[in-house]
Design a protein around this ligand. Structure first.
Ligand code: SF4
Length: 360
């Protein structure tokens, strides 16, 4: 049996994009527990999740289940699953049962049970996870972790909007990767702040050859799949390589701290008479914004079987018709071929580029 030199609990969350670094920071610096940071997801992660998931579950369920099983194999003692405003709210309960049936021994915290909870419930949970918790340290750690997530969102947006136009190939990628590594290993606020300032300086120093009117593509769609590059097969990176300036409104900062969903509903009233729920509202609002700003195209990302995003499709078709903006619809499950996606993206990009030349 492994002898532990401390009694900190090993906590794991499912992977989602780079947010694991911010969660790691909160768990380690705020809670004083240990975070099980997994290596990047692979094909095996998706296969593992699919193998033990019901067929009808949407892709985020399968990806996150795969992550949780890998975390258990890596020694996690406590698994934490989030809740949400769609089927996601039931997923924690189901995943907990699947993991029990597979014979794993762990504690499973389902955040869906805390979503409507008061601050003191969250504090109780934090104390449960870390009995020696210092509330002031936890508050500071949580604040700094959230700030890190905001920095990562900001830097990621700059990267995807500009990387296609660098004069020296790979300069943006190099600076961006260095920044992510710094966030992964940051242990205090000074390190977070220094990493952020360093990457901004590095980006500012990169030589650019940006056309006056580059091909601009707005990516909209389902919360998890659109943000998690392993789930969407590096969609934004592929578009950058084709030469596009890629924009994505949906990230944690915009959706949870800046533009809360109810405030967006009036903005899409011309296309949706009723409240369609958060993910649909974010999608339609972002698509409408891109159309109004004269973007060249929109890509809609959804997970196979995602009802909220299926509801968004007729609205996107109406926006496409009214603003004469082409929309490419992509639906993801866990077994996709890169070749199929590459071909569709190339054809879409070529069409947008030709249209732009003709309209000049
Ligand atoms: S938004 Fe869609 S894909 Fe995402 S968890 Fe909900 S139902 Fe599944």
């Amino acid at each position: 049996m492994e002898i532990r030199i401390d009694n900190r609990r090993k906590i794991a969350f499912p992977r989602i994009s780079h947010y694991g670094y911010a969660i790691k920071y909160i768990v380690e610096q705020g809670l004083g527990a240990e975070y099980v940071l997994l290596p990047p997801a692979t094909k095996k992660t998706a296969e593992l999740g699919s193998k033990y998931s019901p067929d009808y579950a949407c892709a985020p369920f399968k990806h996150s289940l795969g992550s949780l099983i890998e975390a258990l194999e890596a020694g996690a003692e406590v698994l934490v699953e989030t809740g949400g405003l769609c089927r996601l709210d039931y997923y924690g309960a189901l995943q907990k049962e699947i993991i029990r049936e597979l014979g794993y021994k762990c504690e499973f915290i389902n955040l869906a049970e805390y979503m409507s909870g008061k601050k003191k419930e969250w504090l109780k949970l934090a104390r449960h996870l870390s009995p020696k918790l210092k509330p002031a340290r936890f508050t500071t750690g949580a604040y700094e972790g959230v700030k890190m997530a905001e920095y990562m969102d900001e830097i990621e947006a700059v990267y995807y909007q500009n990387a296609a136009f660098e004069t020296e190939k790979g300069s943006y990628r190099k600076a961006y990767r260095k920044f992510l590594l710094k966030m992964q290993t940051a242990e205090d606020w000074q390190e977070i702040r220094a990493g952020y300032q360093e990457v901004k300086q590095a980006f500012d120093g990169i030589g650019m050859r940006k056309p006056e009117r580059p091909v601009r593509i707005g990516v909209v769609g389902e919360y998890f799949t659109i943000m998690d590059e392993h789930s969407n097969q590096f969609l934004q990176e592929k578009l950058v390589r084709l030469g596009a300036s890629v924009h994505r409104f949906l990230n944690v900062t915009n959706c949870h701290f800046r533009a809360k969903e109810p405030t967006l509903r009036p903005r899409i009233k011309a296309y949706a008479d009723y409240n369609m729920g958060p993910t649909t509202t974010w999608t339609v609002n972002a698509a409408l914004d891109y159309a109004k700003q004269g973007f060249d195209g929109i890509i809609h990302v959804k997970s196979f079987g995602c009802t909220p995003e299926m509801d968004a499709i007729p609205l996107l078709q109406n926006i496409s018709r009214d603003y004469r903006i082409p929309v490419l619809y992509l639906s993801y499950d866990t077994q996709e071929s890169d070749t199929g996606l590459d071909t569709r993206l190339e054809a879409f990009y070529d069409m947008l580029e030709r249209k732009k030349k003709v309209m000049r």
